[in-house]
Design a protein around this ligand. Structure first.
Ligand SMILES: [Fe+2]
Length: 168
């Protein structure tokens, strides 16, 4: 199978699933699991557009960017330092690609963002996946285990230009 078709298949599958079932734990876990299948493709980079530095990423490649501003984005991103605890203004899924990353996630306990509770604290190895729910519970932090780690990130909405909330 042409590997580029697999990227497109993932996008078509995920968009149709979310359209049909909405943003639920079940649909997001299926999206994340499908994302994990992409991580088996060697050199995914060649299907991407080099984007360089992001708000948190040291480097990134965009594998898919929807023509709708509110549509999804799929990217490969390299992290070489701990991120702040941050959000994205969108639900999303993340899968390990090269090397390992600590991953933590929180949900809000109060509406004013003053109190959060940790729900995930794990190590993401290549092929491992997580997802985060939609705003306001899209709060997480990533730390490379060694010098750096590459992960695949699928965001439900294009949040490149959305200001992020950073938590202490
Ligand atoms: Fe993030």
């Amino acid at each position: 199978m042409d590997e580029n078709i697999q990227v497109n298949d993932f996008i078509n599958f995920s968009k149709a699933l979310i359209d049909r079932e909405g943003i639920t734990d079940k649909s997001l876990s299926e999206v994340a699991e499908a994302l994990s299948k992409l991580s088996n493709i060697e050199d995914l980079f060649r299907f991407g557009q080099h984007r360089g530095r992001g708000a948190n990423a040291a480097e990134s490649y965009v594998l898919y960017e929807d023509s709708e501003p509110s549509g999804p984005v799929l990217q490969l991103a390299r992290f070489d330092a701990p991120t702040a605890i941050h959000n994205h203004g969108s639900w999303g899924a993340l899968c390990g690609y090269i090397r390992e990353q600590y991953y933590s996630q929180w949900v809000l306990q109060s509406d004013d963002h003053s109190k959060v509770v940790q729900t995930i604290d794990t190590i993401i190895k290549p092929g491992d996946f997580v997802y985060w729910p939609d705003v306001p519970n899209d709060i997480h932090k990533q730390i490379p285990v060694d010098d750096d780690a590459w992960v695949i990130i699928y965001m439900g909405r294009n949040a490149f230009d959305t200001p992020r909330i950073v938590y202490d």
